[in-house]
Design a protein around this ligand. Structure first.
Ligand code: 13P
Length: 339
């Protein structure tokens, strides 16, 4: 295993006050977001949108790594420069989502399992040759009346560990993403309990598969009540519940933690990250940052609308969002900075 290369990549991804930009929406997810924003759902609009993102001036000042999608990794700007080269030139490490989405899990009604492990070794070799140095695999955990079940958690975490082992074999840093989704009316306490259980199982499986945690990044959900819960909580309470859950279940040796936003508004995701840094300054054993998709991209997408004349304004919003997240990582964000 190329341990030095893995550790160097992971350290570079976690550097300073930077974070990750997830721009790895599958065609289905991207189409859903485009439809909501009134943008045509064609391959050329997806390409143009991603060009708008990767050519955002100064993006490399805020973003250490960008997660691409299979379609995107082969695409270029209008001038013919591969996105992957555009990112590298901006000082951003290219990464790629390698899971192939989720399907219903046999014998576990209402629960999901992630696909994509078959042939992964070969795909990783190809992506490494193309220039990707880190990857992402997302497991989806659903809180319901009778879920998540032990069988579903074990199967998903086992796959995450097998994926991580294959990545490290290829000198690629795996981002392991066990997302406890926000859908539902569950309480903060329930989310904390489930997230804790999932993380415990994840690190058990990673150890069993001999994964070197110094070359792994964890991408967890924040601990929050379900979207439909009547008992929403304040920013500090959610920040505390999140960090306490991580401190209990995430080994100090891991390279870093980078949150997904999960459907929170951009402002709220930023405020939560900020509150964690304010409250736990100097007390965290790992770098704690962001790996947002919607919480960075949404204002830019809504402004772009698929029109060239809106590119500059959209890029400005993208840059602003990312730099506010940098401020949050320093614990220096205030809501007044939004205007
Ligand atoms: P959101 O920040 O929109 O939740 O997306 C993060 C992600 O990468 C989901 O897999």
């Amino acid at each position: 295993m190329k341990t030095d290369e893995l550790i160097n990549t992971a350290t570079a991804l976690m550097t300073g006050d930077k974070g990750l930009l997830a721009m790895d929406e599958s065609i289905a997810t991207s189409s859903k977001r485009f439809e909501e924003a009134g943008i045509p759902t064609t391959i050329e609009y997806r390409r143009a949108y991603r060009e708008m993102i990767v050519t955002t001036p100064n993006l490399g000042k805020c973003i250490s790594g960008a997660i691409l999608f299979d379609e995107t990794i082969y695409q270029s700007t209008k001038k013919g420069v591969l996105f992957i080269d555009t990112l590298k030139k901006a000082g951003i490490i290219p990464g790629i989502k390698v899971d192939e989405g989720t399907v219903d899990m046999a014998n576990f009604p209402g629960e999901k399992i992630t696909e994509g492990i078959d042939g992964l070794r070969q795909r990783l070799e190809k992506y490494y040759d193309l220039g990707a140095r880190f990857t992402k695999w997302r497991a989806v955990i659903i809180i319901g009346e009778d879920s998540p079940t032990k069988g579903n958690i074990e199967a998903n975490m086992h796959l995450l560990a097998r994926y991580a082992a294959l990545c490290q074999e290829n000198a690629i840093v795996p981002i392991v993403e066990p997302e406890v989704v926000m859908d539902g009316d569950h309480s903060l306490k329930k989310c904390a309990k489930v997230t804790g259980k999932v993380l415990k199982e994840l690190f058990k499986q990673l150890a069993k598969q001999k994964v070197d945690l110094r070359g792994v990044i964890l991408k967890p959900n924040m601990v929050l009540p379900g979207i439909k819960s009547p008992k929403q909580v304040g920013i500090d309470k959610a920040a505390k519940a999140t960090v306490e859950c991580l401190l209990k279940n995430v080994p100090p040796t891991i390279a870093g933690v980078a949150f997904l936003s999960g459907g929170q508004s951009p402002q709220l995701a930023t405020a939560h990250l900020n509150a964690m840094h304010v409250k736990y300054k100097g007390k965290l054993p790992w770098p704690l940052t962001f790996s947002f998709a919607r919480a960075i991209q949404q204002p830019a997408m809504d402004t772009w609308k698929g029109l060239d004349k809106n590119i500059k304004a959209a890029q400005k919003l993208l840059y602003t969002r990312a730099s506010l997240d940098n401020a949050a990582r320093r614990g220096e964000y205030t809501p007044e900075m939004e205007s």
